[in-house]
Design a binder for this molecule. Structure first.
Ligand SMILES: NC(=O)c1ccc[n+]([C@@H]2O[C@H](COP(=O)([O-])OP(=O)(O)OC[C@H]3O[C@@H](n4cnc5c(N)ncnc54)[C@H](OP(=O)(O)O)[C@@H]3O)[C@@H](O)[C@H]2O)c1
Length: 333
């Protein structure tokens, strides 16, 4: 079976590629000229350079692809931006490019069995403030960031298509080896600093990247269609528990620092603008503050487990341990 995986060079994409190969699928990894291929060394990977900005050219390219390789059976559309230099890039990459890809697939005559879109919990928006009631798929989506709105727009576009075999996956915070964003938490704790934003206890869901990759492949190859799912390890955590577990597994004693919101706003403003100067978007930015302020990012992933018989293989501790080990081996820590 032919599978196209976009965003293959990214943190999550690399693990999805590995899982797809493990399942015996013929993998076409969509990359750009500038993509870092460090984690895509398996000789079974076929590379395809894709420019999502031009739908007609993309359709031509996919037509030629089909003549040469046969139809694509599966597409996992994982490419996306989580931090940008200009807010309008969320809409451009996460919505317009996704729409271009889908139109190009349809116009080039591929007969897909499944199109899995990697959305985000951010598309749904937070749960009830100061409760640990998990966000349900029945809750009307109310994203609080431009990022979340761009993901939701693509979800709505997919749902509006006739007979298109989509599955929408909404992961919460993803952590694991190779990730540079969550790494900041690990780094701070390794430097004996436990930093919180304000006094707020935040309820959180997590998923370890290898479990997410397995879940995405399960969604791809199982019978489910035209469905939206949250995908976490389906446990309840808080920001304090997450820090405590990293601290415990690193065997560190820490100083707790509670940053007041006004200070976080200033830091976000400064790091966003520093990012603009260095042309490197910062994971802490003004849009992100809207997420950090919310106290409930717990989601209910049970329907994915029930519908696909999925079982997460990693407890939070097992995932954190493996991540720390990787950061240490790679001398990040
Ligand atoms: N990490 C999380 O906690 C999390 C949580 C929920 C959802 N997600 C979603 O999961 C997906 C992967 O995220 P990630 O954390 O793995 O991010 P990442 O490491 O930044 O990877 C993003 C991937 O998308 C590709 N990409 C970005 N802009 C592109 C463009 N204009 N054209 C073509 N390719 C482009 C990147 O290609 P290059 O390598 O060439 O830049 C890279 O392969 C995203 O859709 C994200 O929204 C992530």
């Amino acid at each position: 079976m032919n599978i196209l995986i976009t965003g293959a060079s990214g943190f999550i994409g690399g693990f999805i590629v590995e899982k797809a190969l493990e399942e015996g699928l013929k993998v076409f990894a969509a990359v750009r000229k500038t993509s870092n291929l460090k984690y895509l060394k398996d000789p079974r990977i076929n590379f395809i350079e894709i420019d999502f900005s031009n739908c007609e050219k993309l359709a031509e390219q996919l037509k030629t692809f089909k003549e040469k390789n046969g139809s694509l059976d599966y597409v996992i559309h994982n490419a996306g931006v989580t931090k940008v230099l200009s807010d309008k890039d969320y809409n451009k990459v996460n919505f317009e490019y996704s729409k271009n890809l889908v139109e190009a697939i349809i116009n080039s005559g591929h007969k897909l069995t499944k199109f899995v879109f990697i959305s985000s919990l951010a598309a749904s928006g937070p749960g009830q403030h100061n409760t640990d009631t998990p966000i349900s798929l029945l809750d009307p989506p109310m994203p609080v960031t431009e990022y979340g709105r761009s993901k939701l727009k693509t979800e709505e576009y997919l749902k509006g298509l006739t007979n298109f075999p989509y599955v929408i996956m909404r992961p919460p915070a993803v952590f694991g080896p190779r990730d540079a964003d969550m790494f900041s938490f690990f780094k701070l704790i390794s430097n004996k600093l436990e930093v919180y934003i304000g006094d707020n206890l935040q309820y959180l869901s997590f998923i370890y990247v290898k479990d997410l990759a397995s879940a995405v492949i399960r969604a791809t190859t199982s019978q489910v269609q035209q469905k939206t799912y949250f995908i976490s390890d389906n446990q309840k955590y808080t920001n304090v528990i997450f820090s405590e577990r990293i601290k415990f597994l690193m065997d560190k004693k820490t100083f707790v620092i509670k940053l007041p919101m006004f200070l976080v706003n200033i830091v976000a403003f400064l790091s966003e603008n520093a990012g603009k100067l260095t042309k490197k978007p910062s994971p802490l930015n003004i849009d992100k503050i809207n997420e950090l302020k919310c106290s409930n990012w717990l989601c209910d992933a049970s329907s994915f487990y029930t519908d696909t018989d999925f079982k997460a293989q990693y407890s939070l501790d097992k995932g954190i341990e493996e991540t720390i080990k990787w950061y240490k081996n790679e001398k990040w820590l």
